[in-house]
Ligand binder design. Sequence first.
Ligand code: ADP
Ligand code: ASP
Ligand code: MG
Length: 441
Amino acid sequence: MKILKFGGTSVGSAERIKHVAELINNDEKKIVVLSAVSGTTNALVELGNCANQKNKAKFEITLRTLREKYEVVISELFDDLAYQAQAEEYIENHFALIQSADTDNFTTKEERIFLAQGELMSTRLMHLYLRSLGVDAVLLPALEFMKTSDGEPDTDYIETEIEKVVNKFPNCKLFITQGYICMNEFDEIDNLKRGGSDYSASIIGAAIKADEIQIWTDIDGMHNNDPRIVDKTFPVHELSFEEAAELAYFGAKILHPASVLPAQKENIPVRLLNTMQPEKQGTLIRADVTHDKKITAIAAKDGIVAIKIRSSRMLLAYGFLRKVFEIFEKYRTPIDMITTSEVAISLTIDDTSNLSKILDEIDDFGNVESNENQTIICVVGRFLQDDANVAVKVLQILKDIPIRMISYGGSKYNISLLVHNDYKAKALQLLNDGLFFENAT
Ligand code: ADP
Ligand code: ASP
Ligand code: MG
Protein backbone atom coordinates (compact mmCIF):
# COMPACT_ATOMS: atom_id res chain seq x y z
CA MET A 1 0.00 0.00 0.00
CA LYS A 2 1.19 3.55 -0.78
CA ILE A 3 0.45 6.86 0.91
CA LEU A 4 -0.06 9.86 -1.38
CA LYS A 5 -0.30 13.28 0.24
CA PHE A 6 -1.52 16.27 -1.76
CA GLY A 7 -0.88 19.77 -0.42
CA GLY A 8 -3.09 22.87 -0.47
CA THR A 9 -2.17 24.10 -3.96
CA SER A 10 -2.64 20.60 -5.36
CA VAL A 11 -6.31 20.77 -4.30
CA GLY A 12 -6.54 24.56 -4.59
CA SER A 13 -9.34 24.78 -7.19
CA ALA A 14 -11.96 22.61 -8.90
CA GLU A 15 -9.54 22.06 -11.78
CA ARG A 16 -6.79 20.91 -9.41
CA ILE A 17 -9.17 18.59 -7.52
CA LYS A 18 -10.17 17.00 -10.84
CA HIS A 19 -6.53 16.58 -11.77
CA VAL A 20 -5.71 14.87 -8.43
CA ALA A 21 -8.74 12.59 -8.85
CA GLU A 22 -7.26 11.51 -12.18
CA LEU A 23 -3.84 10.86 -10.62
CA ILE A 24 -5.23 8.68 -7.84
CA ASN A 25 -7.80 6.77 -9.86
CA ASN A 26 -5.91 3.59 -10.73
CA ASP A 27 -5.59 0.05 -9.47
CA GLU A 28 -2.84 0.65 -6.91
CA LYS A 29 -3.99 0.31 -3.30
CA LYS A 30 -3.47 3.61 -1.51
CA ILE A 31 -4.36 6.03 1.25
CA VAL A 32 -4.65 9.59 -0.02
CA VAL A 33 -3.96 12.28 2.59
CA LEU A 34 -5.30 15.73 1.73
CA SER A 35 -4.52 19.22 2.99
CA ALA A 36 -7.11 21.95 3.05
CA VAL A 37 -7.82 23.90 -0.16
CA SER A 38 -5.02 26.51 -0.36
CA GLY A 39 -5.68 29.66 1.62
CA THR A 40 -8.26 27.94 3.84
CA THR A 41 -6.11 27.35 6.92
CA ASN A 42 -4.82 30.93 6.77
CA ALA A 43 -8.44 32.13 6.64
CA LEU A 44 -9.35 29.87 9.58
CA VAL A 45 -6.41 31.25 11.58
CA GLU A 46 -7.71 34.73 10.78
CA LEU A 47 -11.22 33.76 11.89
CA GLY A 48 -9.80 32.49 15.17
CA ASN A 49 -7.97 35.80 15.66
CA CYS A 50 -11.15 37.76 14.92
CA ALA A 51 -13.09 35.65 17.42
CA ASN A 52 -10.39 36.16 20.05
CA GLN A 53 -10.46 39.91 19.47
CA LYS A 54 -14.28 39.90 19.31
CA ASN A 55 -13.99 41.63 15.95
CA LYS A 56 -17.36 40.54 14.60
CA ALA A 57 -17.26 42.69 11.45
CA LYS A 58 -13.95 41.27 10.25
CA PHE A 59 -15.08 37.79 11.26
CA GLU A 60 -18.16 38.07 9.01
CA ILE A 61 -16.19 39.39 6.03
CA THR A 62 -13.50 36.72 6.33
CA LEU A 63 -16.09 33.98 6.64
CA ARG A 64 -18.10 35.27 3.68
CA THR A 65 -15.00 35.53 1.47
CA LEU A 66 -14.01 31.97 2.33
CA ARG A 67 -17.54 30.76 1.74
CA GLU A 68 -17.63 32.39 -1.71
CA LYS A 69 -14.44 30.61 -2.62
CA TYR A 70 -16.07 27.27 -1.83
CA GLU A 71 -19.19 28.22 -3.82
CA VAL A 72 -16.99 28.66 -6.88
CA VAL A 73 -15.15 25.37 -6.29
CA ILE A 74 -18.45 23.49 -5.92
CA SER A 75 -20.08 25.02 -8.99
CA GLU A 76 -17.01 24.22 -11.13
CA LEU A 77 -16.49 20.76 -9.69
CA PHE A 78 -19.94 19.27 -10.22
CA ASP A 79 -22.04 19.50 -13.40
CA ASP A 80 -24.81 17.45 -11.84
CA LEU A 81 -27.11 19.60 -9.74
CA ALA A 82 -27.83 16.79 -7.28
CA TYR A 83 -24.12 16.49 -6.50
CA GLN A 84 -23.84 20.26 -6.28
CA ALA A 85 -26.64 20.31 -3.71
CA GLN A 86 -25.02 17.52 -1.75
CA ALA A 87 -21.68 19.38 -1.71
CA GLU A 88 -23.43 22.59 -0.64
CA GLU A 89 -25.04 20.76 2.24
CA TYR A 90 -21.71 19.29 3.42
CA ILE A 91 -19.93 22.62 3.24
CA GLU A 92 -22.84 24.46 4.85
CA ASN A 93 -22.45 22.27 7.96
CA HIS A 94 -18.81 23.32 8.38
CA PHE A 95 -19.53 27.00 7.85
CA ALA A 96 -22.51 26.86 10.21
CA LEU A 97 -20.26 25.42 12.90
CA ILE A 98 -17.80 28.30 12.49
CA GLN A 99 -20.59 30.86 12.31
CA SER A 100 -22.17 29.62 15.53
CA ALA A 101 -18.98 29.98 17.59
CA ASP A 102 -19.54 31.80 20.84
CA THR A 103 -17.04 34.63 20.46
CA ASP A 104 -17.68 35.77 24.04
CA ASN A 105 -16.26 32.52 25.37
CA PHE A 106 -13.77 31.69 22.67
CA THR A 107 -10.92 29.42 23.81
CA THR A 108 -8.00 27.65 22.14
CA LYS A 109 -10.19 24.55 22.07
CA GLU A 110 -12.68 26.27 19.74
CA GLU A 111 -9.83 27.75 17.74
CA ARG A 112 -8.49 24.26 17.04
CA ILE A 113 -11.97 23.12 15.99
CA PHE A 114 -11.98 26.01 13.47
CA LEU A 115 -8.59 24.95 12.12
CA ALA A 116 -9.79 21.38 11.53
CA GLN A 117 -12.58 22.44 9.16
CA GLY A 118 -10.27 22.95 6.14
CA GLU A 119 -9.14 19.33 5.84
CA LEU A 120 -12.62 18.06 6.71
CA MET A 121 -14.04 20.07 3.78
CA SER A 122 -11.38 19.21 1.19
CA THR A 123 -11.67 15.47 1.84
CA ARG A 124 -15.47 15.65 1.72
CA LEU A 125 -15.33 17.39 -1.66
CA MET A 126 -12.77 14.97 -3.11
CA HIS A 127 -14.74 11.97 -1.88
CA LEU A 128 -17.97 13.31 -3.33
CA TYR A 129 -16.29 14.17 -6.62
CA LEU A 130 -14.90 10.62 -6.90
CA ARG A 131 -18.38 9.29 -6.20
CA SER A 132 -19.78 11.51 -8.95
CA LEU A 133 -17.31 9.83 -11.32
CA GLY A 134 -18.43 6.40 -10.14
CA VAL A 135 -15.11 5.74 -8.40
CA ASP A 136 -15.29 3.68 -5.21
CA ALA A 137 -13.42 5.35 -2.39
CA VAL A 138 -13.71 5.24 1.39
CA LEU A 139 -13.42 8.37 3.50
CA LEU A 140 -11.42 7.54 6.64
CA PRO A 141 -11.97 10.08 9.43
CA ALA A 142 -8.49 10.95 10.70
CA LEU A 143 -10.02 11.89 14.05
CA GLU A 144 -10.81 8.20 14.58
CA PHE A 145 -7.18 7.08 14.45
CA MET A 146 -4.76 10.03 14.53
CA LYS A 147 -3.92 10.81 18.13
CA THR A 148 -1.23 12.77 19.89
CA SER A 149 -0.16 12.62 23.47
CA ASP A 150 1.90 15.44 24.92
CA GLY A 151 2.35 16.79 21.38
CA GLU A 152 3.83 13.55 20.02
CA PRO A 153 2.02 10.98 17.87
CA ASP A 154 0.69 8.10 19.96
CA THR A 155 2.09 5.46 17.61
CA ASP A 156 0.63 2.38 19.30
CA TYR A 157 -2.86 3.83 19.28
CA ILE A 158 -2.54 5.04 15.68
CA GLU A 159 -1.30 1.64 14.46
CA THR A 160 -4.11 -0.28 16.15
CA GLU A 161 -6.88 2.10 15.18
CA ILE A 162 -5.84 2.63 11.58
CA GLU A 163 -5.63 -1.10 11.06
CA LYS A 164 -9.14 -1.45 12.46
CA VAL A 165 -10.67 1.18 10.17
CA VAL A 166 -8.82 0.01 7.06
CA ASN A 167 -9.69 -3.64 7.71
CA LYS A 168 -13.39 -2.78 7.68
CA PHE A 169 -13.03 -2.39 3.90
CA PRO A 170 -10.92 -5.33 2.67
CA ASN A 171 -11.81 -4.76 -0.99
CA CYS A 172 -11.26 -1.02 -1.01
CA LYS A 173 -8.31 0.25 -3.05
CA LEU A 174 -8.69 3.95 -2.47
CA PHE A 175 -8.93 5.57 0.95
CA ILE A 176 -9.13 9.33 1.47
CA THR A 177 -8.23 10.93 4.78
CA GLN A 178 -7.41 14.30 6.33
CA GLY A 179 -3.89 15.49 6.91
CA TYR A 180 -2.97 17.84 9.76
CA ILE A 181 -5.84 17.08 12.15
CA CYS A 182 -5.80 14.78 15.15
CA MET A 183 -7.24 14.21 18.62
CA ASN A 184 -5.10 14.96 21.64
CA GLU A 185 -4.77 13.16 24.97
CA PHE A 186 -7.72 15.16 26.35
CA ASP A 187 -9.92 13.88 23.52
CA GLU A 188 -10.05 17.33 22.00
CA ILE A 189 -9.61 18.16 18.32
CA ASP A 190 -6.06 19.27 17.72
CA ASN A 191 -3.55 19.51 14.87
CA LEU A 192 0.04 18.74 13.92
CA LYS A 193 0.99 22.42 13.47
CA ARG A 194 1.15 24.35 10.21
CA GLY A 195 2.23 22.27 7.25
CA GLY A 196 1.37 19.17 9.30
CA SER A 197 -0.23 17.14 6.50
CA ASP A 198 3.24 15.92 5.47
CA TYR A 199 3.68 14.68 9.02
CA SER A 200 0.26 12.94 8.89
CA ALA A 201 1.31 11.14 5.70
CA SER A 202 4.56 9.97 7.25
CA ILE A 203 2.88 8.86 10.51
CA ILE A 204 0.19 6.95 8.58
CA GLY A 205 2.82 5.44 6.28
CA ALA A 206 4.85 4.23 9.25
CA ALA A 207 1.74 2.89 11.02
CA ILE A 208 0.66 0.72 8.10
CA LYS A 209 4.23 -0.09 6.99
CA ALA A 210 3.55 1.43 3.57
CA ASP A 211 5.71 0.58 0.56
CA GLU A 212 6.21 4.26 -0.20
CA ILE A 213 5.11 7.69 0.97
CA GLN A 214 4.57 10.27 -1.76
CA ILE A 215 4.36 13.98 -1.01
CA TRP A 216 2.74 15.70 -4.00
CA THR A 217 3.19 19.46 -4.08
CA ASP A 218 3.67 22.41 -6.43
CA ILE A 219 7.39 21.97 -7.17
CA ASP A 220 9.50 19.21 -8.70
CA GLY A 221 11.06 17.94 -5.46
CA MET A 222 13.48 19.28 -2.86
CA HIS A 223 15.61 22.01 -4.42
CA ASN A 224 19.22 22.64 -3.50
CA ASN A 225 18.23 26.01 -1.99
CA ASP A 226 15.10 28.02 -1.20
CA PRO A 227 13.52 28.73 -4.62
CA ARG A 228 11.44 31.56 -3.15
CA ILE A 229 14.56 33.58 -2.39
CA VAL A 230 17.43 32.29 -4.48
CA ASP A 231 18.02 32.42 -8.26
CA LYS A 232 19.07 29.28 -10.11
CA THR A 233 18.00 26.51 -7.75
CA PHE A 234 17.52 22.96 -9.03
CA PRO A 235 15.93 19.74 -7.78
CA VAL A 236 18.02 17.26 -5.82
CA HIS A 237 17.00 13.82 -7.07
CA GLU A 238 18.22 11.75 -4.14
CA LEU A 239 18.56 12.46 -0.43
CA SER A 240 19.31 10.32 2.58
CA PHE A 241 16.83 10.41 5.46
CA GLU A 242 19.40 12.31 7.52
CA GLU A 243 19.92 14.97 4.86
CA ALA A 244 16.18 15.39 4.30
CA ALA A 245 15.50 15.62 8.04
CA GLU A 246 18.15 18.36 8.46
CA LEU A 247 16.72 20.33 5.53
CA ALA A 248 13.13 20.00 6.74
CA TYR A 249 14.04 20.94 10.29
CA PHE A 250 16.14 23.88 9.17
CA GLY A 251 13.49 25.52 7.04
CA ALA A 252 12.96 23.77 3.67
CA LYS A 253 9.22 24.47 3.60
CA ILE A 254 8.46 21.63 1.20
CA LEU A 255 8.53 19.24 4.18
CA HIS A 256 7.11 19.67 7.70
CA PRO A 257 10.07 19.70 10.14
CA ALA A 258 9.14 16.41 11.83
CA SER A 259 7.91 14.55 8.76
CA VAL A 260 11.01 12.52 7.92
CA LEU A 261 11.41 10.66 11.20
CA PRO A 262 8.39 8.28 11.15
CA ALA A 263 9.29 7.14 7.60
CA GLN A 264 12.95 6.83 8.53
CA LYS A 265 12.16 4.67 11.59
CA GLU A 266 10.33 2.17 9.39
CA ASN A 267 12.73 2.62 6.48
CA ILE A 268 9.96 3.67 4.08
CA PRO A 269 11.09 5.63 1.00
CA VAL A 270 9.60 9.12 0.65
CA ARG A 271 9.14 10.57 -2.82
CA LEU A 272 8.53 14.29 -3.39
CA LEU A 273 6.57 14.86 -6.60
CA ASN A 274 5.02 17.73 -8.54
CA THR A 275 1.25 17.53 -9.00
CA MET A 276 1.44 20.04 -11.87
CA GLN A 277 4.17 18.04 -13.64
CA PRO A 278 3.75 14.42 -12.53
CA GLU A 279 6.22 13.17 -15.14
CA LYS A 280 9.14 14.96 -13.42
CA GLN A 281 11.56 12.82 -11.44
CA GLY A 282 11.21 14.72 -8.15
CA THR A 283 13.22 13.66 -5.10
CA LEU A 284 13.60 10.22 -3.58
CA ILE A 285 14.46 10.15 0.13
CA ARG A 286 15.70 6.83 1.45
CA ALA A 287 18.43 5.01 3.34
CA ASP A 288 21.64 3.91 1.57
CA VAL A 289 21.80 6.80 -0.83
CA THR A 290 24.61 6.35 -3.30
CA HIS A 291 25.31 9.89 -4.52
CA ASP A 292 28.76 11.14 -3.64
CA LYS A 293 28.03 14.85 -3.44
CA LYS A 294 29.78 16.61 -0.58
CA ILE A 295 27.17 19.36 -0.47
CA THR A 296 23.56 18.51 -1.19
CA ALA A 297 21.43 21.52 -0.32
CA ILE A 298 21.00 24.62 1.81
CA ALA A 299 18.08 25.68 4.00
CA ALA A 300 17.36 28.59 6.30
CA LYS A 301 15.24 28.91 9.41
CA ASP A 302 14.01 32.34 10.48
CA GLY A 303 12.67 33.74 13.72
CA ILE A 304 15.63 32.57 15.76
CA VAL A 305 16.70 34.18 19.03
CA ALA A 306 20.35 33.96 20.07
CA ILE A 307 21.09 33.95 23.80
CA LYS A 308 24.57 34.56 25.16
CA ILE A 309 25.39 33.78 28.79
CA ARG A 310 28.71 35.02 30.11
CA SER A 311 29.82 33.88 33.52
CA SER A 312 33.16 33.58 35.25
CA ARG A 313 31.57 30.75 37.25
CA MET A 314 31.86 28.65 34.10
CA LEU A 315 35.64 28.74 34.21
CA LEU A 316 36.94 25.26 35.07
CA ALA A 317 33.51 24.40 36.51
CA TYR A 318 31.45 21.33 35.83
CA GLY A 319 27.65 21.05 36.00
CA PHE A 320 27.22 24.60 34.69
CA LEU A 321 25.79 23.58 31.32
CA ARG A 322 23.40 21.15 32.99
CA LYS A 323 21.95 23.94 35.13
CA VAL A 324 21.47 26.14 32.07
CA PHE A 325 19.89 23.32 30.04
CA GLU A 326 17.52 22.53 32.91
CA ILE A 327 15.95 25.95 32.50
CA PHE A 328 15.20 25.25 28.84
CA GLU A 329 13.88 21.84 29.79
CA LYS A 330 11.61 23.36 32.42
CA TYR A 331 10.06 25.64 29.77
CA ARG A 332 9.99 22.86 27.17
CA THR A 333 12.04 24.96 24.77
CA PRO A 334 14.31 23.12 22.33
CA ILE A 335 17.79 24.48 21.65
CA ASP A 336 18.91 24.38 18.00
CA MET A 337 22.53 25.57 17.98
CA ILE A 338 25.08 25.86 20.72
CA THR A 339 28.68 27.03 20.97
CA THR A 340 30.76 27.42 24.08
CA SER A 341 33.95 29.12 25.20
CA GLU A 342 35.67 29.04 28.56
CA VAL A 343 33.43 31.71 30.06
CA ALA A 344 30.44 31.98 27.73
CA ILE A 345 27.73 29.94 26.03
CA SER A 346 25.79 31.04 22.98
CA LEU A 347 22.70 29.13 22.03
CA THR A 348 19.65 29.59 19.85
CA ILE A 349 15.95 28.89 20.20
CA ASP A 350 13.02 29.40 17.83
CA ASP A 351 10.16 28.96 20.29
CA THR A 352 10.02 32.30 22.05
CA SER A 353 6.80 31.71 23.99
CA ASN A 354 8.68 31.53 27.31
CA LEU A 355 11.63 33.72 26.40
CA SER A 356 11.23 36.31 29.15
CA LYS A 357 10.88 33.66 31.86
CA ILE A 358 13.92 31.81 30.53
CA LEU A 359 15.97 35.01 30.44
CA ASP A 360 14.90 35.89 33.99
CA GLU A 361 16.10 32.56 35.32
CA ILE A 362 19.34 32.55 33.34
CA ASP A 363 20.06 35.99 34.70
CA ASP A 364 21.02 34.30 38.01
CA PHE A 365 23.97 32.64 36.28
CA GLY A 366 25.69 35.72 34.92
CA ASN A 367 25.52 38.29 32.22
CA VAL A 368 22.79 37.52 29.67
CA GLU A 369 22.27 39.04 26.27
CA SER A 370 19.66 38.08 23.67
CA ASN A 371 19.32 38.99 19.98
CA GLU A 372 16.17 38.50 17.95
CA ASN A 373 15.64 38.31 14.17
CA GLN A 374 18.40 35.81 13.63
CA THR A 375 18.45 33.14 10.91
CA ILE A 376 20.12 29.76 10.93
CA ILE A 377 21.63 28.85 7.59
CA CYS A 378 22.18 25.15 7.30
CA VAL A 379 24.48 23.67 4.66
CA VAL A 380 23.63 20.00 4.31
CA GLY A 381 25.83 17.32 2.86
CA ARG A 382 28.36 14.78 3.94
CA PHE A 383 31.31 16.33 5.66
CA LEU A 384 34.16 13.99 6.41
CA GLN A 385 36.35 14.93 9.32
CA ASP A 386 39.58 14.61 7.37
CA ASP A 387 38.31 16.91 4.64
CA ALA A 388 38.03 20.45 5.99
CA ASN A 389 37.72 21.84 2.49
CA VAL A 390 33.95 22.36 2.63
CA ALA A 391 33.98 24.35 5.87
CA VAL A 392 36.79 26.54 4.56
CA LYS A 393 34.90 27.15 1.33
CA VAL A 394 31.65 28.05 3.14
CA LEU A 395 33.45 30.60 5.32
CA GLN A 396 35.36 32.04 2.38
CA ILE A 397 32.14 32.53 0.42
CA LEU A 398 30.59 34.31 3.40
CA LYS A 399 33.63 36.44 4.17
CA ASP A 400 31.64 39.70 3.90
CA ILE A 401 28.66 38.49 5.97
CA PRO A 402 28.77 38.99 9.75
CA ILE A 403 28.42 35.51 11.25
CA ARG A 404 27.13 35.34 14.83
CA MET A 405 27.68 31.60 15.47
CA ILE A 406 29.11 28.58 13.66
CA SER A 407 28.29 24.96 14.41
CA TYR A 408 30.42 22.31 12.72
CA GLY A 409 31.06 18.70 13.63
CA GLY A 410 27.86 18.12 15.62
CA SER A 411 26.80 15.74 12.89
CA LYS A 412 28.53 14.84 9.67
CA TYR A 413 25.50 16.09 7.74
CA ASN A 414 25.48 19.80 8.37
CA ILE A 415 27.30 23.04 8.97
CA SER A 416 25.06 25.65 10.59
CA LEU A 417 25.70 29.37 10.67
CA LEU A 418 23.78 32.07 12.47
CA VAL A 419 23.37 35.43 10.75
CA HIS A 420 21.05 38.38 11.23
CA ASN A 421 17.92 38.00 9.10
CA ASP A 422 18.96 41.05 7.05
CA TYR A 423 21.82 39.00 5.59
CA LYS A 424 19.84 35.86 4.87
CA ALA A 425 18.99 36.42 1.19
CA LYS A 426 22.51 37.58 0.36
CA ALA A 427 24.14 34.68 2.21
CA LEU A 428 21.88 32.09 0.55
CA GLN A 429 22.56 33.48 -2.93
CA LEU A 430 26.32 33.69 -2.34
CA LEU A 431 26.38 30.09 -1.09
CA ASN A 432 24.29 28.98 -4.07
CA ASP A 433 26.62 30.62 -6.57
CA GLY A 434 29.80 29.61 -4.79
CA LEU A 435 28.99 26.04 -3.78
CA PHE A 436 26.92 24.83 -6.72
CA PHE A 437 28.09 26.81 -9.73
CA GLU A 438 31.76 27.79 -9.36
CA ASN A 439 34.06 24.73 -9.38
CA ALA A 440 31.32 22.97 -7.46
CA THR A 441 32.54 20.43 -4.88
P1 ADP B 1 2.06 22.12 0.11
O1 ADP B 1 0.95 23.10 0.21
O2 ADP B 1 1.95 21.21 -1.06
O3 ADP B 1 2.34 21.40 1.39
P2 ADP B 1 4.24 23.93 0.65
O4 ADP B 1 3.96 25.34 0.24
O5 ADP B 1 4.11 23.59 2.09
O6 ADP B 1 3.33 22.98 -0.25
O7 ADP B 1 5.70 23.50 0.17
C1 ADP B 1 6.09 23.68 -1.18
C2 ADP B 1 6.84 24.99 -1.32
O8 ADP B 1 8.03 24.95 -0.50
C3 ADP B 1 7.37 25.27 -2.70
O9 ADP B 1 6.40 25.90 -3.50
C4 ADP B 1 8.59 26.16 -2.44
O10 ADP B 1 8.30 27.51 -2.65
C5 ADP B 1 8.88 25.98 -0.95
N1 ADP B 1 10.27 25.58 -0.69
C6 ADP B 1 11.09 26.16 0.25
N2 ADP B 1 12.29 25.57 0.25
C7 ADP B 1 12.27 24.61 -0.71
C8 ADP B 1 13.22 23.69 -1.21
N3 ADP B 1 14.46 23.62 -0.70
N4 ADP B 1 12.84 22.88 -2.21
C9 ADP B 1 11.60 22.93 -2.73
N5 ADP B 1 10.65 23.79 -2.31
C10 ADP B 1 10.96 24.62 -1.31
N1 ASP C 1 -3.70 22.96 6.03
C1 ASP C 1 -2.60 22.97 6.98
C2 ASP C 1 -1.77 24.22 6.76
O1 ASP C 1 -2.05 25.01 5.88
C3 ASP C 1 -1.76 21.73 6.92
C4 ASP C 1 -1.01 21.50 5.61
O2 ASP C 1 -1.34 22.10 4.58
O3 ASP C 1 -0.08 20.71 5.62
O4 ASP C 1 -0.85 24.44 7.50
MG1 MG D 1 3.30 22.01 3.15
